[in-house]
Design a protein around this ligand. Structure first.
Ligand code: ADP
Ligand code: MG
Length: 571
């Protein structure tokens, strides 16, 4: 039967044109993506074989093989993983199921380095083959399919692909790249070895390269006789699961490389924490904080979470159950002996082991961030990317509220002149430099940084030299509602009507008396004029430069920010 011709999904065609055109200068990524697919396919089968050992019986040693054929200009990546049936190949290689693709296309910046980072994040890995190949052939046989139900899939990456049944001796997949003339460097073993070492060193499956090796020289040989080239399979990666190593034996470079393998990112992580815990609970966690926020951080539909391994066997990607939602930006993995190998997403949610692990891992993550906070520059970078997430944590995670609050940073009236709008003040800083008699922490929530700075509510505080924390993000009012106090000092909005400055205001009683006398009957007149629009009119010594301002009735009343939010929501 002749091969059937299929059209790619529209998005795929668009993607292919973009990839081939815009990412050539980062063409190495194709190999990382294909090796990582081979490794994923093996992980999937390794997992299945726990309950169905017969699937791997005739070919029990997992391996990934990379072989260049210089004469033919072909590069082949072979694995003995789970493989694909014809319909699976058509589905997985012809369409992009993930909603992320559109976002990928929308996120392209035109900056090649940046755009190539997006490839892995959006799961368009396989198509990166077309950066270097003008024709790609995939021969695959599913671990569940007989010999004559393998598939031959092929495409030149121009709108269509073909597929047909074929035979393949064992399970697994060959991805055969017919390299473009300008990509011939990928036929050199040293080039391939370098890329595999850089990107795939920590893949838990051995990656072997068909490599020219020099046979040992013997003295009798004539210098002029050309020895025939000798090739053999040589393993080029470490194939050690990095997280199972002793943290003291792992170099920073290895942690960074592993992060890139894990996340498909190019940039280094900001920090990481690797812990091996034995005893009542047994687990290893390796957590990373990325340098930049992913595009979908605030997209509720996208899954986040850690990779889950049980006894070193890969079980689940993006297992959300081990971290609270607000720490969804943390990447990494957890490997435990305390969960069964057949654990499912549903079971995870209910398991008490999971709950215990979540508690422990959350502490590790917060501890890692606390350490990061010792480095002002790095922490400032962190805060501008992920600060909003931590603000969610104040309300979401009462059990760790203290720890989360310590990680918050604020803009304040104290640093407004020098470091406008940068949030660098911690609550501990604020408390430490407040005068002894100050028992409260004062803050102001406004619609924007500028509005906060020019607010009339700040006048008294400026005059008295009292620091006020400035907030203007959407989430701030909500966050403040979840923070009753810090180190025994209550939070007080400077817009509250019953604002009491206590000891700080002992000179004010006199002043209040004076302004009341000076105001005479103007209060009564204003009350009449404003009628129902206000609860009351009071004379105050709070304002220094402005003539009047609107204040909340008491703590239960809406602050100006909340009022604005409700107005915006049409209430
Ligand atoms: P992702 O790896 O993020 O899912 P890719 O574009 O890299 O996206 O791969 C698409 C899909 O094609 C994979 O999810 C998998 O189902 C299938 N696939 C790709 N390569 C292989 C392989 N070597 N063996 C089995 N399936 C594969
Ligand atoms: Mg992939």
């Amino acid at each position: 039967m002749a091969a059937q011709v299929h059209g790619f999904q529209t998005e795929v065609s668009k993607l292919l044109r973009l990839l081939a055109k815009s990412l050539y200068s980062n063409s190495d990524v194709f190999l990382r993506e294909l090796v990582s697919n081979a490794s994923d396919a093996i992980d999937k089968l390794r997992f299945l074989s726990i309950t169905k050992p017969e699937l791997v019986k005739d070919d029990p040693v997992f391996s990934i093989r990379v072989r260049a054929d210089r004469e033919a200009g072909m590069l082949t990546i072979t694995d003995n993983g789970i493989g694909m049936t014809e319909s699976e190949a058509n589905e997985h290689l012809g369409t992009i199921a993930k909603s992320g693709t559109e976002a990928f296309l929308a996120n392209l910046s035109g900056d090649e380095a940046k755009d190539s980072q997006l490839i892995g994040q959006f799961g368009v890995g396989f198509y990166s083959a077309f950066i270097v190949a003008d024709r790609v052939t995939v021969i695959s046989r599913s671990a569940n399919a007989p010999e004559n139900e393998a598939v031959r899939w092929e495409s030149t990456g121009e709108g269509t692909y073909t597929s047909e049944l074929t035979t393949r001796a064992g399970r697994g997949t060959d991805v055969i790249l017919h390299l473009k003339p300008e990509a011939s460097k990928y036929l050199e073993d040293w080039e391939l070895e370098e890329i595999i070492r850089t990107y795939s060193d920590h893949i838990a499956t051995p990656v072997s390269l068909w490599k020219e090796t020099t046979p040992a020289k013997t003295d009798e040989k004539d210098e002029n006789v050309v020895e025939p080239a000798h090739y053999e399979w040589v393993q080029v990666n470490d194939a050690k699961a990095l997280w199972t190593m002793n943290p003291r034996e792992v170099k920073d470079e290895d942690y960074k490389a592993f992060y890139k393998h894990l996340t498909h990112e190019y940039a280094d992580p900001l920090c990481w924490a690797h812990n091996r815990v034995e005893g009542e609970m047994e687990y290893t966690s390796l957590l990373y904080c990325p340098a930049t926020a992913p595009w979908n951080l605030y997209d509720g539909r996208e899954g986040h979470g850690l990779k889950l391994y049980v006894q070193r066997v890969f079980i689940l990607d993006k297992a959300e159950a081990f971290l609270p939602h607000y720490l969804r930006f943390i990447r990494g993995l957890i490997d435990t002996n305390d969960l069964p190998l057949n654990v499912s997403r549903e079971l995870l949610q209910e398991s008490t082991v999971t709950h215990k692990l979540k508690k422990a891992v959350t502490k590790r993550a917060l501890g890692m961030l606390e350490k990061l906070a010792a480095d002002n520059d790095k922490y400032a970078a962190f805060w501008s990317e992920f600060g909003k997430c931590l603000k969610e944590g104040v309300v979401e995670d009462p059990a760790n509220r203290e720890a989360v609050m310590k990680l918050l940073r604020f803009a304040s009236t104290k640093d407004a002149e020098t470091e406008a709008r940068s949030a660098t003040v911690s609550l501990a800083d604020y408390v430490a430099r407040a005068p002894k008699e100050q028992t409260k922490i004062y803050y102001l929530v406004a619609g924007s940084y500028e509005a906060a700075l020019s607010s009339p509510y700040l006048e008294t505080f400026r005059k008295k030299g009292i620091e006020v924390l400035l907030l203007w993000e959407r989430i701030d009012e909500w966050m403040m509602s979840g923070m009753p106090e810090f180190e025994g000092k209550a939070f007080v909005s400077v817009t509250a009507s019953d604002l009491e400055l206590g000891e700080l205001a002992k000179d004010d009683a006199e002043a209040q008396k004076k302004v009341e006398e000076a105001a005479g009957d103007s209060v009564e007149r204003l009350k009449k004029a404003l009628g129902d629009k206000v609860e009351g009119v009071r004379v105050s010594s709070r304002l220094v430069e402005s003539a009047s301002c609107v204040i909340g009735q008491n703590d239960q009343m809406l602050t100006p920010q909340m009022r604005r939010m409700l107005e915006a929501a049409g209430r």
